[in-house]
Write a protein that binds this ligand. Structure first.
Ligand code: C2E
Ligand code: MG
Ligand code: MG
Length: 730
């Protein structure tokens, strides 16, 4: 409040001024006013103005008594002009404002022609408190007025409106500033003019750093365009509001994903005033979603793609090849004898090896190819854009080469090779499942051909698989029906030409196919558990046959009986106890039983094989290493397994090509066996010359068509009685 005056101030001198704070009824006249008969003075000029004014107009004397009140004032106070004259103007005030206004009034009295502006509260006739913007003017010196002019404007409605606005604004401010959702307001240039705490926290910049700028400094460079485009679309009216996802680069360098909702605030004419932007940090959601989709499409152990992703890629590749031409190939890779690692070192080590294999394969996977763990120890590889099947072969070679270097697992060096089946397609021939199935067929061939290699699928292979499947089914039946029998080939002492034992060989007389050779049906049976049944059948039959001969005559008591055991049987936990019990039920002594194994037995798991051999060896059973010389590492296995008997493979005894080198090899093998104190047995002796040669080399035993093929067990006693006559030899 300021008092303006064109005269110097004098000290206030109060006369009859109302100091009483208790409200007086405006309708009671002041003491002074009551003492004299008050009449309305005429204020011609004022009346002129006041008559139609919306403002309240009063003239009071020095003591505050009303001398004139215009209709607006009278209506407010609910009194007539006559009633108002002489009343105390201060009595119309709200009690709380009386003292302040009185002080101002006294000051004003001291200020000729001065005026005071203030907002005061009055109590209207209906007891309603109203806000009045009051201008009090000292017109004492004016001849026409000779009083204080009080000009009041009722601003109650306006003030209420402003107050309401404040409340709204406050509410809005709280809603904006304290909102958990990050929010910003931007102008028509998309520059931020308000940003809440949540927004600042989200992007890691202070409010000062953000205000006045567009979002470029904290937006991922690749996403600046998204923001600008959305802003422009809204400005051009192409979009009422927009919603999009963008990335911010926080001040700490972290990248966050944000979902943005942008809507324009408009004036009554629909003109855009500013943008209201609300945002949501969706980084965690996206990470989770990415993790979930990664998990759904990847193998948890190796992190490679899984079947689902592979199938998807295969479908894409097929579509692409169908469109653009060319070839693609599916390679199915299976680790050779992986089971051995699990068995010897435990599953944890097995898992480690799988991971290490995955890394090696991944290392040689081209960016455009897909490597997937198919399950267990199988991996699938998809390669596209091939010009010829030769390219697929190169890929297979690359994968196999990646595994050549030994792995280090559980502190041990482990060699882990693999076999691969390859299918090449031009996208038209095969369905997706066929590709994997064909690769599987080719893989089977690769295993059959000796593992550690790849084989390319050919349609004839498929027929082979079907045939093999049928064969195994029939073989199972044969075992039941008695079409499967054991025959016995004599083993001859090359010095004395006496029969020292027999080898039990399995024979299958098929009702339609006739004699099926064991080289055909044994490998087929080895692909299933049927081989175990066949193995025990052979064992029981051979032992029972041998004990029946034993009972038949004196001269048979020391005959040995050789039984071939498949590699699979060495992993059968029941093997030792079954052999024990079969022997126990027979007349045979364990020393007479010769178990023939090939070096493939040890390929699965050396320590397990050794363990089984030791148990059986303690029992007195003899081991023969069959087909010696045909494997890769016959010599090292010789040292490892230390068999009592070495059976020199037929290919050395009756080689297809007779040359001095083969003869020298045969001699070397025989003398090696003798030096190692092992008995050497030559297989497949067909001619007297071969027999003579072997005898000269010092080979102790032999078997072959020169003397006899395998014969049924019923014929054995007669052969034993007869002996191997000169006529048989010639
Ligand atoms: P193997 O154990 O090396 O058996 C010797 C094979 O050589 C037998 O073939 C035998 O008939 C043949 N043979 C013997 N003397 C001569 C000869 O002078 N000339 C020629 N050309 N061949 C001769 P077979 O019976 O066809 O058996 C082949 C293979 O099948 C066996 O080789 C053996 O590995 C396997 N096998 C046979 N029976 C069984 C069995 O009961 N269990 C298992 N697991 N494998 C068996
Ligand atoms: Mg054999
Ligand atoms: Mg053999």
């Amino acid at each position: 409040m300021s008092v303006t005056s064109d005269k110097p101030k004098k000290s206030p001198k109060v006369q009859g001024s109302p100091r009483d704070k208790t409200p007086k009824s405006p309708r009671t006249k002041s003491k002074g006013a009551k003492s004299k008969e008050a009449t309305a003075e005429r204020f011609a000029a004022l009346e002129e103005v006041g008559q139609n004014s919306l403002d309240l107009l009063l003239v009071v004397d020095k003591s505050g008594s009303v001398k004139y009140a215009n209709p607006a004032a009278l209506a407010t106070f609910g009194i007539s002009l006559e009633e108002s004259i002489g009343t105390d103007a201060f009595a119309y005030l709200h009690p709380d404002d009386v003292e302040r206004v009185s002080t101002q009034f006294l000051e004003l009295l001291q200020t000729p022609r001065g005026s005071i502006r203030d907002t005061v509260r009055i109590v209207a006739a209906n007891e309603e408190v109203r806000d009045i913007e009051l201008v009090s003017t000292n017109a004492l010196a004016s001849v026409a007025v000779a009083g204080i002019i009080l000009n009041g404007r009722d601003v109650t409605e306006h003030n209420n409106y402003v107050k309401q606005l404040h409340v709204l604004e406050e509410r809005f401010r709280l809603a904006f500033e304290d909102n958990m959702a990050p929010m910003v307001f931007t102008d028509l240039d998309d520059r931020v003019f308000a940003a809440n705490d949540a927004f600042c926290n989200m992007i890691g910049f202070s409010r000062e750093e953000v205000l006045g700028k567009d979002s470029t400094p904290f937006t991922h460079p690749a996403d600046i365009g998204i923001t600008e485009a959305s802003h422009r679309r809204i400005l051009r009216g192409e979009e009422g509001q927009s919603r999009y996802v963008k990335r911010y680069l926080r001040k700490d360098g972290r990248l966050i994903y944000v979902e943005v909702s942008r809507s324009p605030a408009r004036d009554e004419d629909g003109q855009i005033l500013y943008n209201v932007i609300s945002e949501r940090d969706i980084t965690d959601e996206r990470t989770l979603a990415a993790e979930l989709s990664h998990q759904a499409l990847h193998d948890t152990l190796t992190g490679l793609s899984n079947r689902a992703l592979f199938t998807d890629r295969l479908e894409q590749a097929r579509a692409k090849i169908a469109r653009d031409g060319g070839l693609y190939a599916v390679l199915l890779l299976d680790l050779d004898d992986f089971k051995g690692v699990n068995d010897s070192f435990g599953h944890l080590a097995g898992d480690q090896l799988l991971q290490a294999v995955a890394r090696r394969l991944e290392h040689v996977t081209r960016a455009t190819d897909t490597l997937c763990r198919f399950g267990g120890d199988e991996f699938l590889y998809l390669t596209e854009g091939l010009n010829s099947p030769k390219d697929a072969e190169l890929t297979a070679t690359r994968l196999l080469d990646a595994l050549v270097e030994p792995f280090s697992v559980a502190g041990t060096r482990v060699e882990q090779q693999a076999s691969i089946g390859v299918t090449v397609s031009d996208g038209t021939k095969f369905e997706m499942n066929d590709l994997v199935r064909n690769a599987d067929v080719a893989l089977y061939e690769a295993k059959r051909e000796g593992k550690g290699r790849f084989v390319l699928f050919t349609p004839s292979m498929h027929q082979q698989v079907v045939d093999r499947f049928e064969l195994v089914r029939e073989l199972r039946q044969a075992l039941q029906s008695g079409d499967l029998r054991m025959h016995y080939q004599p083993i001859v002492d090359l010095d004395t030409l006496e029969i020292v034992g027999f080898e039990a060989l399995m024979r299958w007389q098929h009702p339609v196919r006739g004699w099926v050779p064991p080289n055909v049906f044994i490998p087929a049976a080895e692909q299933s558990d049927l081989i175990l049944d066949l193995g025990y059948f052979a064992l029981r039959e051979a032992i029972s046959a041998a004990s029946s001969w034993k009972q038949s005559g004196e001269e048979t008591k020391d005959l040995s009986i050789g039984v071939n055991l498949s590699a699979r049987q060495f992993h059968d936990p029941g093997l030792v106890s079954i052999i024990e019990s079969v022997l126990a039920q027979s007349e045979l002594s364990p020393e007479q039983l010769v178990i023939e194994i090939t070096e493939s037995v040890t390929l699965h798991n050396v320590s397990e094989t050794m363990n089984v051999m030791e148990q059986l060896g303690r029992f007195g059973i003899t081991f023969a290493l069959d087909d010696f010389g045909t494997g890769y590492s016959s010599l090292s296995y010789l040292a490892l397994l230390q068999p009592k008997i070495i059976k020199v493979d037929r290919s050395f005894v009756s080689p297809k090509m007779k040359n001095s080198l083969n003869v020298a090899l045969l001699e070397a093998i025989v003398s090696l066996g003798l030096k190692l104190n092992m008995t050497v047995l030559a297989e497949g002796i067909e001619t007297p010359a071969q027999f003579e040669r072997l005898r000269n080399f010092g080979c102790e035993l032999g078997q072959g068509f020169l003397w006899s093929p395998a014969i049924p067990k019923e014929e054995v006693p007669a052969m034993l009685r007869r002996g191997l006559t000169a006529s048989t030899i010639s």
